[in-house]
Design a protein around this ligand. Sequence first.
Ligand code: C5P
Length: 284
Amino acid sequence: MENFKEKVIIALDYDNLDAARGILERLKGEAYFYKIGPVLFTSCGIQSIELVRDYGCKIFLDLKFHDIPNTVYRAVKSAGELGVDIINVHASGGAEMMKSAKKGGVEAAKRAGKSIDVIAVTILTSLAQEDLRDIFYYPRDEINSSGLKPYSGVFGGVGNLVLHLAELAKISGLDGIVCSGYESLEIKKVLGDNFKTIVPGIRLAGGGYAAEVQRDAGAAITPKGENIKGAAWIDDQKRVMTPSMAFNSKADYIVVGREITASNDPLTALKAIYNDIERFAERT
Ligand code: C5P
């Protein structure tokens, strides 16, 4: 894979600038793209953006806006004017909200003199089929009394719902979506390679942050993805995948957090991610 290091986005999920600076310093020259989410942004605000920019790296501002169209338009416009490269909103906010988000992104990009991708979050990678039933489907006893099978809701399954939201995002003019590696390939097939997929929920096979949890649960993820079903044993993420598998599923970017930030040695952890990509990702 060419230039894969620029496609690895590191989540700066810290509540203070010193910790974020520590990672930026440690990974200098090896990492090029960082994600600032609600933890860092609500703790440190615009300073966190300035900090990452000082290191010459790109920024994904992951604030996942979900509000009425006018509010989202203004929020995305303000965020874009801060000079970030990717901004996201929740696809479940609907088509009008996403169109407004894109409008804000386009106007901000014009002022900032650079391109800004406006991306939709589909279904969080911490949610699995069962969670969706709890959120969107009928109450459990209603399912039982009506004789409906579990998971027989409107959309059928996570994959279908992600695809549906991705299509809605595309027709609303957005540049791509956040999804798990399990949905990325199908989305590319249906919506085309230019519609970007950003894949969080990245875990290394048999090593790294989640290794101990995996061993305790007697489960494993192989680079080919065997035994990955029912991966609820991995912290709060459920639809997880290795870095190379995600790229083999045509992800444009992967988002990596705790594999790096919870490690005692973030640089070695990042290199393990790179190594997995170099060894197992198909050359494109
Ligand atoms: O530590 P971990 O690698 O699980 O972190 C993943 C990061 O990606 C977190 O910052 C999380 O907020 C973010 N994210 C996610 N799932 C989404 C969108 C963003 O995990 N659908």
